[in-house]
Design a protein around this ligand. Structure first.
Ligand code: NAD
Ligand code: ZN
Length: 233
């Protein structure tokens, strides 16, 4: 790998957690765990049927106890520990497998299952148990806690920090994402625009494949450790 690479940004999507046993989003059937995205992933759905939406994320949160990070999460955590330059892992995933593998330079741009968000005061609260609608915010006392998930139409977290890192990146890597969900799908173009080399690791070509200098096709558990090995060699 080019020795001039100092700053690395890695974008991960549902595909990196697939081999841990978590279903991807669109999957072959276009559903997330049997649900239409519009029914569990929009502010409208939350207003219309809060019980359904809360239950959906309660199930996803409970499932985390049954899965473990795979070789791809472990390799990125090893890179995070060893990389002397700037590095940022931006995940679209709401699972906690990156941090359980030990990654620390990490942004959850679409929120986290193990967090609750107060719709009244905006506080985010660490949350492990079920989260029925009307749960009380420990900060402001309002019955306003909702899943801390960025729904379609809502602003992803930490976009300023992400854009900053993309502008400085020498290498941009995308892992296990379909390239269908914006703004994440546009990160490759931003990174390229500022001069980064761009590599995609995915099971099959994503919607944005043409924007990558290099596309490697295969399972993340093989491709990510191989790339990390090259970077640390
Ligand atoms: P996606 O489901 O739209 O796309 C997943 C991509 O990963 C596909 O292109 C697929 O070919 C690829 N893939 C599948 N298995 C793979 C493997 N073993 N190795 C490498 N690649 C593999 O996912 P997305 O682009 O991340 O968008 C989905 C949205 O849904 C995200 O915003 C996320 O918040 C949410 N989501 C999260 C989780 C999670 O946290 N684990 C799971 C499902 C959906
Ligand atoms: Zn509150």
């Amino acid at each position: 790998m080019n020795p001039d690479i100092r700053t690395i940004v890695i974008l991960t999507g549902a595909g990196i957690s697939a081999e841990s046993g978590l279903a991807t989003f669109r999957g072959p059937d276009g559903l997330w765990e049997g649900h239409r995205v519009e029914d569990v992933c929009t502010p409208q759905a939350l207003r219309r049927d809060p019980a359904l939406v809360h239950r959906f994320y309660d199930e996803r949160r409970a499932r985390l106890a049954q899965v473990r990070p795979n070789a791809a999460h472990e390799a990125l955590a090893a890179l995070d520990r060893a990389w002397p330059g700037e590095l940022l892992i931006v995940t679209q995933n709401v699972d906690d497998l990156h941090e359980r593998a030990g990654a620390t330079r990490l942004i959850h741009m679409h929120g986290e299952l193990r967090s609750a968000l107060c719709a009244a005061c905006g506080a985010a609260v660490a949350w492990e148990a079920g989260l029925p609608p009307g749960s009380i915010c420990p900060g402001c006392g309002q019955p306003a806690l909702r899943p801390d998930i960025v729904f379609f139409g809502e602003m992803p977290y930490d976009m300023d920090r992400i854009e900053d890192a993309l502008a400085r990146a020498d290498l941009f890597v995308s892992v296990g994402t379909s390239g269908a969900v914006y703004p994440a799908a546009g990160f490759v173009q931003t990174a390229r625009h500022y001069g980064a080399r761009t590599i995609e690791l995915n099971l099959d070509p994503s919607a944005g494949s043409i924007w990558f200098d290099e596309s490697r096709m295969g399972p993340a558990s093989l491709l990510v450790p191989a790339l990390v090995h090259e970077l640390l060699a």
